[in-house]
Structure formats: C-alpha cells, structure tokens
Write a protein that binds this ligand. Structure first.
Ligand code: PLP
Length: 346
C-alpha cells in the first residue's frame, strides 16, 4: 500500500525566476553584483517607511491579533468591506487555498497554456484535472492571470466578465502585476457576481518577495471558508506591519514613482530589443517577453556578466526570455551587454 497519494508521486515543481548562489558561483559572480531581470518586483525597491515599519515589529507575539487591522485597511484601499479580504503568505498561498476549497477530486480546473505555473500545480494537488482555458465551460475553477505572466497581455473587464459567465464555478483573477498596467481597470465590482475572486500580491508592488504578503478579495461566504482552511499565523508579524505601512501615503507615493519608472523602462526595453532586431510583444505588466531564438542559451550567455533574465522554456516558450522593467539605466546596461556580446542565438 502506498503511504502517499499515488497521483502526487513525481509531481513536478514549478520553475520560478531568480538565480541560485550556486549557479552564480560557477561563473565566479557574487550575488551582490547581480542585476536580476528575472524577478518582477518594484524597480525602486522597498519604500523607506515600509522598511522602518518592519524594523519595529514585535516578533515575540503570535501575529493573529494584528490581522483585522490590515484586512480593514486593504478593504478600504480596494473599496470593499473587510469581510471580503483574506490575507496570505504571498498570493501563492491563496492560489493553493482556492484550489483546495473550490475543487473536488476529478473536477476540471481551467488554466491558460502559457501562464504562471502554480495554478496547475495547486489544481493537481487538489486532485483536479487541468484543462485548457478554452474548456472553461466545464471547469469548476479557472485561473486567469491579468496581466498574464509571462506575455504581459491584459484582458478587458468585458473579457473577464465573459469568462466568469462561462465557468461552471469560480473564476480566480490573479492581479499580481495589475498595479503596473498603464490602463488598469477596477475588478472589485466583479465580486458582486458571487463567483469571482481577485488575487493581489504585495510582494511585487513593494519589492518584498522575501517577506511574503498577498491577499484575495472574495465574496464574503467564500472568503469565510478560505479563512477557515488557512493555516494559523501564515502571515508573519513583519509582513502585517509592512502591509499596513504600504497602504499609507508615503509608500503609495513611492509606488506611484515606481509606476512611472516601469513605464519608461518598458519603452526602453521594447525599443532597445527591437532596435537590436528582436521581436518583442507589447506588455501591460512590469516585464516584457522577447523572442531570442534560444532562451536558455541567451540566459547562459548573460550570466557571467552578472545579468539574469528569465528563460521561458518552463512556460512552454523555449525561444523566449522574460525581462523585468528595472530602472531605465539598468535596462540600458542589459541592452548594451546584449549588443556587445552579440548574442547571435536567433
Ligand atoms: C502571476 C503570479 N501570481 C502570483 C505570484 C506569487 O506572488 P507572491 O509573492 O505574492 O506569492 C507570482 C510570482 O511570481 C506570479 O508571477
């Protein structure tokens, strides 16, 4: 008798961006010398006011008592009541919780072909069959990444509403990168439909991927079940402090400046790669997808220079790389390196 669920044996892990110290060491590059374009976070880093709030965290208490204040603040920020808000250890925890709560073994979960890999993994762990988004009409749950990772495409409110009408259950709209969309629309009113949940990540907006903080907006009945299944204290005391500070005017102004930097950087990257002869898709996110012929070879060629891009093979797009919109000067440094090393991998 197998001690574990046989369908979970050999479940592949999901490839994410970033680079390991071991991989850098092989090229003699120190982590502190790296410009990492494979992680899509706020190019200005953490707001000083958020760092200060984290520094004043009381780590000696369990953090549960501090959660209602952050749920209230997020609710005010999003224009919904706090009963709609569930906090998570990064939005990824909530992706998993949604799958566990909404799916029964054997149900279909619809996921786009090239998108963030954790939707399919969470669905499989919940015992679901993963189907293409085209088959949404039969799905108990569908995940849509908006803007999409890795291509930066952004569906309109009409398109999302149409998907919510078609799905045979819940539509989860992941807005991890929506804050960087130049023409962002407000998805919160979709909660009134009763079958839409909206995921948001505070780690991208506030450059805190190591701290872990995300939330989901959900109809109150669904939010209540998500909350009852969530492990206790999954959001640590520092993340709760950071979340409150991130919604204050000082950090929001910092985020506003980051939006303008991303807008400039996106233009620099698109124009720069196109000038070098590469085809680049227009993007509504804080990253761009570039067709370089062989993404893995391209990434390998840049690593010894301390420049890291995301090879998109794990998205099923082996000829592409994804490049984060960092500060324009940093983007220009990447483009010069690409031009100088004549990455003839097309
Ligand atoms: C589309 C998407 N959603 C969610 C996440 C997870 O974000 P968090 O750090 O909030 O867990 C990522 C991280 O790469 C992502 O790309």
């Amino acid at each position: 008798m197998s001690l574990v669920r046989p369908d979970l044996i050999g479940l592949p892990s999901v490839v994410h961006g970033s680079v390991s110290a071991a991989e850098l060491a092989a090229f003699g590059v120190a982590p502190s010398d790296v410009l990492d374009f494979s992680v899509n976070t706020n190019p200005l880093g953490v707001a000083p006011s958020v760092l200060e709030a984290i520094a004043h965290t009381n780590w000696t208490r369990y953090p549960g008592d501090d959660e209602p204040a952050l749920r209230e603040a997020i609710g005010r920020h999003a224009g919904v009541s706090s009963e709609h808000v569930v906090l998570g250890n990064g939005s990824v925890e909530l992706i998993w919780l949604i799958a566990l709560v909404c799916v029964r073994s054997g149900d279909a979960v619809a996921v786009a072909r090239a998108t963030f890999g954790e939707y399919a993994r969470a669905a499989r762990v919940a015992g679901a069959e993963v189907v293409d988004l085209q088959q949404i009409d039969h799905a108990r749950l569908a995940f849509v990444c908006n803007p999409n990772n890795p291509d930066g495409s952004y569906l309109t409110s009409e398109k999302i509403t149409h998907l919510a009408q078609r799905v045979n259950g819940v539509l989860a709209v992941d807005e991890a990168y929506a804050s960087f969309a130049p023409e962002r629309w407000n998805s919160a009113p979709l909660l009134d439909r009763g079958n839409v949940v909206v995921l948001r990540s505070m780690t991208k907006d506030h450059a805190l991927p190591g701290l872990r903080l995300g939330y989901v907006l959900a109809p109150p009945a669904l939010a209540h079940v998500l909350e009852s299944v969530r492990p206790p204290w999954s959001v640590n005391a520092g993340a709760l402090r950071a979340g409150l500070a991130a919604l204050e005017p000082a950090a929001q102004a910092h985020l506003g400046r980051a939006h303008r930097v991303v807008q400039d950087a996106r233009r620099v990257l698109i124009d720069g790669f196109q000038a070098l002869g590469y085809s680049v898709r227009d993007s509504h996110a804080n990253f761009v997808l570039v067709n370089v012929g062989d993404g893995a070879a391209f990434r390998r060629a840049l690593l010894p220079l301390g420049l890291v891009v995301r090879d998109c093979a794990s998205f099923g797009l082996p000829s592409f790389i994804r490049v984060a919109c960092k500060q324009p000067a940093e983007c220009r440094r990447l483009l010069s390196a690409v031009a100088e090393t004549a990455l003839a991998t097309r």
